[in-house]
Design a protein around this ligand. Structure first.
Ligand code: NAD
Ligand code: ZN
Length: 357
């Protein structure tokens, strides 16, 4: 047995208003005149929150476009522009959902590693530490704040830069920052966490470490989406910790069928991670009967729209491409169904499933 020895994030600060301590947190990490670069989700460009970013000296805010999930070309351009303008920077701070945080991780790594970020899509290909990096979520659920990956769409694949250099040096968990997110988006991203828990807790890779975090995260998701009526400050507090614990749970296990199938959707159709997982999970009664039943109840109770018939007009080649991408996610299938998963999941099974979405 070869146990995973995984690298964790450096520092964590948690609490309502913790964001106000960011200036003080950054101070000892400044290297001379080299600036701190804030990659802030474009949603905040014209919001008062942008004025709270603690700029000093030649620090810079870049409002990042997250219409599409992060691409290697975008990461490379951001890193090149920063090198051209400043030579080096003290750090990169990602403020936003999973997309803005993933951009920050990737740009930090590309400030010190040669070539294109596409060269590092895979496992343990990154050889140099990046510059100091901080993650500050404004949506809760992906677990990107704790993970050792940054998911990128490259010229040939959608795959993360998974490495010991990828986790943040610091995260700032301030639930106030998620307060104004739209209900549908908050649900899709929150359900990413719920689905992480179900996939981890029912998977064959499960161990007591993953279980401890997964059970807690699942309970927090239920508190928010099942046991409560309406949304309040406590919901933001709980979902932020659910995201953290859900991320810790999959760090030592793996996700499963919903993620394997939704990767195909996002590769072909550009479907975003949270909503894509919801579209798929909605049809997975055969694999996760209890989870899907509860999921449907949460959708109804919280009056959320889950798109349907998104594969209605696809060609044979389109289906083939999605099936190829999905079958490529071997560890996810193995976690979900065991070592003989290939006997259970054929191209025909997957084709039928995609047709239902
Ligand atoms: P997101 O970051 O893609 O953002 C979704 C939308 O919400 C965007 O339009 C954004 O502008 C908006 N938004 C963000 N914060 C807001 C706020 N407080 N109020 C209003 N709107 C807000 O969404 P996400 O679901 O957090 O992240 C999905 C991304 O995370 C995908 O790119 C996925 O690949 C990645 N991901 C990464 C990991 C990892 O471990 N690195 C894990 C899961 C998902
Ligand atoms: Zn996920």
């Amino acid at each position: 047995m070869n146990f995973r020895n995984f690298k964790m994030i450096g520092y964590v600060i948690y609490g309502r208003g913790a964001f106000n301590q960011l200036d003080e947190i950054l101070q000892p990490n400044r290297k001379g005149q080299a600036p701190m670069i804030f990659l802030v989700d474009r949603f905040f460009e014209d919001k008062p929150f942008a004025g709270r970013v603690p700029l000093r000296g030649n620090d810079k805010i870049i409002f990042v476009d997250v219409t599409d999930e992060p691409k290697t070309t975008y990461v490379d351009k951001l890193a090149k522009d920063l090198k051209d303008e400043f030579g080096t920077v003290s750090g990169v701070i990602g403020i936003g959902g999973g997309s803005a945080m993933d951009l920050a991780k990737a740009v930090s790594l590309m400030m010190t590693n040669p070539g294109s970020s596409a060269d590092y899509q895979g496992w343990d290909l990154v050889k140099q530490a990046g510059v100091y990096k901080v993650g500050i979520p404004t949506l809760s659920g992906t677990g990107a704040e704790v993970s050792r990956t940054t998911v990128l769409t490259g010229p040939t694949k959608k795959l993360g830069m998974n490495s010991d250099y990828t986790p943040f040096d610091q995260i700032v968990l301030d639930p106030q920052l998620t307060a104004d997110a739209p209900a549908n988006q908050r649900f899709y991203t929150g359900m990413d966490c719920y689905i992480h828990c179900v996939e981890s807790l029912t998977g064959t890779y499960l161990n007591e470490f993953s279980k401890s975090y997964g059970e807690k995260a699942l309970q927090l998701c239920r508190d928010v989406y099942v046991n409560k009526d309406g949304w309040d400050a406590e919901s933001d507090d709980k979902l932020m910790m659910a995201s953290y614990a859900g991320g810790m749970s999959i760090a030592y296990s793996q996700v499963g069928v919903a993620h394997a199938v939704s990767y195909g959707l996002s590769y072909l159709l550009g479907t975003k991670h949270g909503i894509g997982n919801c579209i798929v999970f909605n049809q997975l009664e055969d694999y996760y009967p209890e989870g899907v039943k509860e999921f449907k109840w949460m959708v109804e109770k919280n009056q959320i729209d889950i798109p349907k018939n998104i594969c209605a007009n696809l060609s044979e080649e389109d289906f083939d491409k999605m099936i190829d991408v999905s079958l490529g996610m071997k560890p996810l299938w193995e976690n979900a169904l065991g070592k003989n998963w290939e006997e259970q999941i054929t191209r025909t099974t997957l084709r039928k499933l995609y047709e239902k979405l």
